[in-house]
Design a protein around this ligand. Structure first.
Ligand code: FES
Length: 120
């Protein structure tokens, strides 16, 4: 699916439903993939068994993009590139602190990663 097709599909989706975000094959094992859906910055992380987690892209510390952080797939943790805060990509919760980023449900349909925007 082209980016234009993904964008068109997204704009047709009513709020609160799953919207197409990316092709599963475009996700790498050791790097998050940034997407913007309905104006919201989200980063996708691929799991070891080809699942996907989606969390907010903006670090709550000083706003660095978590898509540029270091991702440990086995641990399901992304480390912010700016000051090394760790976040569990399954929940969006900071590992050693009370802060968090939003977490979104995902599903994969015919190789397309879809993200639920119901908590936006
Ligand atoms: S901006 Fe992410 S840890 Fe400081």
């Amino acid at each position: 699916m082209t980016e234009a097709a993904l964008s068109e599909k997204n704009s047709d989706a009513p709020a609160g439903n799953y919207v197409a975000a990316a092709k599963l094959v475009d996700l790498e094992d050791d790097q998050g993939l940034f997407v913007e859906l309905e104006g919201v910055q989200i980063v996708l992380f691929k799991t070891e068994d080809d699942g996907v987690h989606a969390i907010g892209n903006v670090c709550p510390h000083q706003g660095a993009p978590l898509a540029e952080g270091w991702y440990e797939q086995e641990e399901c943790v992304v480390t912010c590139a700016l000051h090394a805060w760790d976040f569990d990509v399954r929940t969006g919760q900071r590992v050693n602190g009370p802060e968090s980023v939003p977490s979104y449900d995902t599903r994969i349909v015919n190789g397309i990663v879809e993200v639920a925007l119901n908590n936006i």
